[in-house]
Structures are given as structure tokens and as C-alpha cells.
Write a protein that binds this ligand. Structure first.
Ligand SMILES: Cc1cc2nc3c(=O)[nH]c(=O)nc-3n(C[C@H](O)[C@H](O)[C@H](O)COP(=O)(O)O)c2cc1C
Length: 215
């Protein structure tokens, strides 16, 4: 676990260097007042396990900001490789000028608990209700409780386990999109006995067959 070669560093200006992060399609609207809209969000994070909560940070000038602020609801749709172009496009044009569902061909499908639609093509849809709003500066953070989740049936195995690693998820790294790569280990593998090398272990058991735990 210690670096073998000498490492040199350069001072970098303070900024948002956290990587990789997800780039998600957030759906909102779908009420009498607001047509359904999509906004791409990279400033998204899990903030609590119980109750399940997440946050999204949105600039007030976004069309979606007013919708989420007023309705208090949104859905985080996790895109897969097949939705990369749509994810980027929804992040460079505004719902003020475009019907993003129509233009991308993404399908709005009913949510279980909130008024806004979920994106059918995305493997996971996380339905959220805002509980707190934090004005931070450039962005306003919506902290929300997860009230329902939908997951593609094809990702659920015979034992009822959600095999998200099969979904072909994408990661956003310093302005670029990547497909997720090689399996390296599972939660806690470093302290498990009799399992010395994760690379060797991965040959014998597929990632989705391993038991996972949350932080
Ligand atoms: C990969 C990516 C990530 C983005 N992340 C955010 C974000 O976290 N917060 C935000 O306010 N805007 C973010 N944007 C910009 C908005 O998605 C963009 O301004 C969008 O056009 C707003 O749509 P709207 O006006 O329909 O709400 C991101 C754009 C891209 C392409």
C-alpha cells in the first residue's frame, strides 16, 4: 500500500476536482403547470443511508431549478452507455427552448410516488422529494429523501439481487464521459482472509456473485 516510486506533486488551483462522478439525467415537471423536463447533473451525491437521501446542486438560472423549487420533486435517472449522447445534450440545451424528451427520443414513464416522469431507458430511477434547500453560492443544493426506486428487471438475478455492474453505467471524469472499466474488488476485500489478490479472485467469481455492503 506504500508508493514504490517517488511521487512529485504540483499545486493546483482550488476547484471541483472530485472524480469520477456520475452524470445523471434528472427529470422534473410533469404537473399541470410544468411540462416534463430533463437536466444533466454531475453535482449529485448520496448523503444518507437511513433514511435514504441524496442531493443535487443546481444553478438558479437553470430552467429546471424553478420547477424543482416549486414542485419539490425530481427523479435521478442513472444513464447507461446507450444514453451518453442524450445525457450530454440535455446538459447543453434548455427546456425553455426544447422538449428534451421528444428531441432525445427518451421515453417518459410513470413514477411510483412523484409527479414527474422517470426515464424508461435508464436502468435505475430514483424518485426524490426535497426536504432541505441550501443556498451555497453558484449552486443551490436540494437535499431530498428517496421515496421510491425503479430498476430494470433484466438487472435483477434469480436471487433477487440487483446486478448494477451489468448496466453499463457511465462516469464523468474532468469533463469527459467514460464507460466503467475492469472489476477490482468488492467492499472490504482488503481485509478478508484467504483472498489475497482481487484480480485473481475476479477470475473465479463474477462481480455480481459477490456480497456487497454499503458504507
Ligand atoms: C455532464 C454535465 C453535468 C452538468 N452538471 C450540472 C450540475 O451539477 N448542476 C447544474 O446546475 N448544471 C449542470 N449542468 C448544466 C445543465 O445540465 C445545463 O445548463 C442544462 O442545459 C440546463 O437545462 P434546463 O435549462 O432545461 O434546466 C451539467 C451539464 C453537463 C453536460
Amino acid at each position: 500500500m506504500h508508493p514504490k516510486q517517488s511521487v512529485t506533486k504540483q499545486s493546483w488551483k482550488p476547484g471541483n476536482m472530485l472524480s469520477p462522478v456520475p452524470a445523471v439525467l434528472v427529470s422534473c415537471g410533469g404537473t399541470k403547470e410544468w411540462k416534463p423536463n430533463l437536466i444533466t447533473i454531475a453535482w449529485v451525491g448520496t448523503v444518507c443511508t437511513n433514511p435514504p437521501m441524496l442531493s443535487i446542486s443546481v444553478r438558479p438560472e437553470r430552467y429546471s431549478y424553478g420547477i424543482i423549487k416549486q414542485t419539490g420533486e425530481f427523479v435521478v435517472n442513472i444513464p447507461a452507455v446507450g444514453q451518453t449522447e442524450a445525457t450530454d445534450w440535455c446538459g447543453v440545451v434548455s427546456g425553455r427552448e426544447h422538449d428534451k424528451f421528444k428531441k432525445t427520443g427518451l421515453t417518459p414513464a410513470p413514477a411510483l410516488k412523484v409527479s414527474c416522469p422517470v426515464v424508461l431507458e435508464c436502468p435505475v430511477n430514483i424518485e426524490c422529494r426535497v426536504t432541505q434547500t441550501l443556498e451555497l453560492g453558484s449552486h443551490v443544493m436540494f437535499i431530498a429523501e428517496v421515496v421510491a426506486v425503479q430498476a430494470s428487471s433484466e438487472l435483477i438475478d434469480a436471487k433477487g439481487k440487483l446486478c448494477l455492474e451489468k448496466a453499463g453505467l457511465i462516469a464523468f471524469v474532468h469533463g469527459e464521459y467514460f464507460a466503467l472499466g475492469r472489476y477490482l474488488g468488492h467492499f472490504g476485500f482488503s481485509v478478508r482472509k484467504h483472498k489475497s489478490k482481487p484480480a485473481a479472485a475476479s477470475k473465479t467469481r463474477k462481480p455480481h456473485e459477490r456480497k456487497k455492503r454499503n458504507p
